[in-house]
Ligand binder design. Structure first.
Ligand SMILES: *Cc1c(COP(=O)(O)O)cnc(C)c1O
Length: 480
């Protein structure tokens, strides 16, 4: 490939004009100057611009097209958020500055904590988690510490639904908990009878149950109040994986549902870029009785001053350097202020968009759980598989129409799964184009499967050896 900038270098070309005032030798001491001329590509400014534009055009992002990656909430991230994080008052701060010298930043974090308390119904919030999974780990450490300080050593098990995101069992497992899987019933919801049996046969051994609501099938766990009562009656805590909060903001909250600990994904629900655009943030909210276990520092306010509070009685300690991923916090706070009390509308539109797609697509693809969905839904490619085309191929074929594929092969309880989450950002015209593309593929599978099997045809990279690409990732450029 001739895509590497060094290979485009032409000797003697230059993109900058150095004047006498800015020669490095004038302001860098001789002992710090390099001995050899660096091997930099020699190019005109125009060629440099073209190079990077070409590279960026190869990328796919929400700005280039529809991105219905289920469970990831790839909504539009307003550009004003980028502008706000680049304000000098934020970018020039050093995390070790005294509290008095960064009152503005502390105020922002404090007010974000307050806003998240209101949105989740929780009594205290830490902003330190740097991703959803990190928030989960923090939450499970709080569960562990809580029972330890109560001298309750028997509670060594955590219940997790079979539809859960893989990070849930991983986080609980990392805290040393044994995982017990509770199965889903034929409606795609937690099987309450099975849950009762689990509590019955593990008396006083269950530390927590981790739930996602709506769950990863995009279905609302309608028995959640019965489940939370059951858990509390058995002395267990309830953990809410809030990665799907985009479905319920301002409509209900985890407190109303009976949860004790919640993590949120600011990089999903609150419009901070993620994936290749990271970093993320996974704040954790807790009810009153768990406040004293939060990691330090918590941002507090007293006598007219904001300060970093390290004085938390039973703290689990530090989980992240300094104050977490501050720029993500700025973006989330800006988004919350910008939407104000229209946060609820975002959720309503996300749910409406998902139901619209679901109803239009269920004629062409199997819909294993045919109920009104929340912000996403899961189709099965079983019908297409019977014709010799797997979900993976459908995903690749979608790229030819400039759509990012949905999440595939997750959740694990649906075979040939395609998990579709449109978000509230899309209009009907765009959704209709996606419906057309999915319809066309369903037709191709019947009439001309070869065109699907050999896709993608229009992307910069065609078929890759997925296993090798993942196992032997090699991104280094070798000059000859
Ligand atoms: C995305 C997601 C997570 C993990 O969040 P990360 O920020 O990727 O660590 C956990 N649970 C659910 C349901 C998710 O969708």
């Amino acid at each position: 490939m001739t895509d590497v900038i060094f290979e485009k270098s032409i000797k003697g070309m230059s993109g900058v004009t150095l004047t006498d005032e800015n020669l490095a030798t004038d302001f860098i001491k001789p002992e710090f100057l390099r001995k050899n001329v660096p091997e930099l590509p020699e190019m005109s400014e125009l060629e440099v611009m073209r190079h990077f534009k070409e590279l960026s055009d190869k990328n796919f992002c929400v700005e280039s097209g529809f991105y219905p990656l289920g469970s990831c909430t790839m909504k539009y991230n307003p550009k004003v958020n980028e502008y706000l994080t680049s304000l000098e008052g934020f970018t020039s701060l050093h995390p070790l500055q005294e509290d008095e010298d960064c009152q503005g930043a502390l105020e922002l974090m404090y007010k974000l904590q307050e806003a998240l308390k209101e949105i989740t119904g929780m009594d205290a919030v830490t902003l330190l988690g740097s991703a959803g999974a990190h928030g989960e780990l923090c939450g499970m450490m709080i569960v562990k510490h809580y029972f330890k300080t109560k001298n309750d050593t028997k509670r060594t098990k955590v219940i997790i639904p079979d539809s859960a995101h893989g990070t849930n069992p991983a986080s609980a497992g990392m805290c040393g908990f044994e995982i017990i899987k509770v199965q889903s019933n034929n409606k795609g919801l937690v099987d309450v009878e099975h849950l009762k049996e689990i509590f019955e046969s593990n008396k006083d051994e269950i530390a927590a149950i981790m739930m996602t609501n709506p769950n990863t099938l995009g279905l609302f766990e309608e028995n959640i109040l019965e489940i939370s009562k059951l858990a509390h009656k058995n002395g267990a805590l309830l953990y809410y994986d809030g990665a799907n909060l985009n479905a319920v903001m301002g409509i209900t909250n985890p407190k109303i549902m009976g949860f004790d600990i919640v993590h949120l994904n600011l990089h999903k629900t609150f419009a901070a870029p993620h994936g290749g655009g990271g970093p993320g943030a996974g704040p954790v909210g807790v009810v009153e009785k768990l406040k004293e276990y939060l990691p330090v520092p918590v941002i507090d306010f007293k006598d007219g001053k904001y300060f970093r509070n390290y004085n938390i009685v039973n703290t689990i300690g530090k989980i992240k350097e300094f104050q977490g991923n501050f720029s993500v916090l700025v973006k989330a706070y800006a988004y919350i202020l910008m939407r104000g009390n229209t946060l609820k509308e975002a959720s309503c539109d996300a749910v409406l968009n998902a139901n619209y797609l679901k109803e239009k697509l269920k004629e062409y693809y199997e819909l294993p759980y045919d109920y009104p969905c929340m912000h996403e839904f899961v189709l099965s490619g079983d019908r297409q598989k019977a014709a010799g085309v797997h979900t993976l191929e459908i995903a690749k074929r979608l790229m030819d129409s400039k759509f990012h594929p949905p999440t595939v092969y997750f959740p694990l309880i649906v075979s040939e799964a395609m998990m579709i989450e449109p978000t509230e950002s899309e209009n009907k015209a765009r959704l209709d184009k996606f419906i057309d593309a999915m319809k066309t593929i369903a037709k191709e599978v019947k009439e001309n499967p070869e065109v699907v099997l050999s896709s993608p045809h229009n992307t910069p990279v065609k078929r890759v050896d997925e296993t090798n690409a993942a196992r032997h990732l090699d991104l280094r450029y070798r000059k000859d």
